[in-house]
Design a protein around this ligand. Structure first.
Ligand SMILES: [Zn+2]
Length: 235
């Protein structure tokens, strides 16, 4: 929460003695000094030099400030004349560095939210497109485990795979030889080359409906035992 301490200042910009004007309080002539002020407003974040002018009338004889309601038409006339002569400071707003930082921060937050929504949607769109229509060169980030023998499993971690062939009910993928560390799988981008690892055949139907990579043909019970797709990336 930001607490604003608004300061209003009336900056004197012009003054003059009201010639041939009588003080409504002590009836002395030529004793009223009129001062013209320009209003400034400082919120701490924005400094606003307004174009609002006001005035005071002070009698130098009876040492009294004459309230606005007691101003005679003659005082009003001199006030208007002095106002018209005043060299006012150019009205305008100045924004503090904090205000600019705040604006930049809000813009960044808005951009971040927009970008997150956009990339989440792009990712979801990619995933749907690939599941519906797997195509050569689509990439899949897969966490997988292979069965080395009937009783031995080998967890191979996370690696990218590329779709090499799509034919009939079969998709053939080839794994990348490098692993993606677990702390880097969010937002990981697939390598463009280096897909020289193991080759697996997977069932297109199961891939589409269950988002699963299960090996279509297992030789002697060996091969891919378990696979989970972390992300889908179109070419
Ligand atoms: Zn007076």
């Amino acid at each position: 929460m930001i607490i604003l301490n608004v300061k209003t200042t009336y900056v004197p910009i012009h003054k003059g003695i009201a010639k041939d004007v009588i003080c409504p309080i002590c009836n002395t002539k030529d004793s009223i000094e009129i001062i013209i002020y320009q209003k400034h407003i400082d919120t701490g974040l924005v400094y606003n030099t307004t174009n609002k002018l006001s005035g005071t009338a002070y009698c130098t004889n009876c040492k009294t400030e004459i309230p606005n309601v007691q101003w005679t038409p003659e005082i009003e006339t001199v006030f208007e004349k002095l106002k018209a002569e005043s060299q006012i400071e150019t009205p305008g707003k100045k924004y503090s560095i904090i205000f600019k930082i705040l604006l930049a921060f809000l813009a960044l937050v808005a951009f971040g939210i927009g970008y997150a929504l956009f990339s989440a949607k792009a990712t979801a769109d990619d995933k749907r497109a690939i599941l519906e229509n797997p195509t050569i060169n689509n990439k899949l980030l897969i966490q997988h485990q292979v069965r080395e023998s009937l009783s031995q499993f080998n967890d191979l971690g996370n690696s990218w795979a590329v779709i090499r062939i799509v034919t009939g009910d079969t998709i053939i993928i080839q794994m990348h030889t490098e692993k993606v560390p677990l702390d880097q799988i969010n937002g990981a981008m697939p390598p463009t080359s280096g897909y020289k690892g193991k080759i697996y055949k997977i069932k297109k139907d199961e891939f589409r409906t269950k988002e699963r990579v299960s090996e279509y043909h297992q030789e002697k019970g060996m091969g891919l035992n378990y696979a989970y797709i972390w992300s889908f990336q179109k070419e």
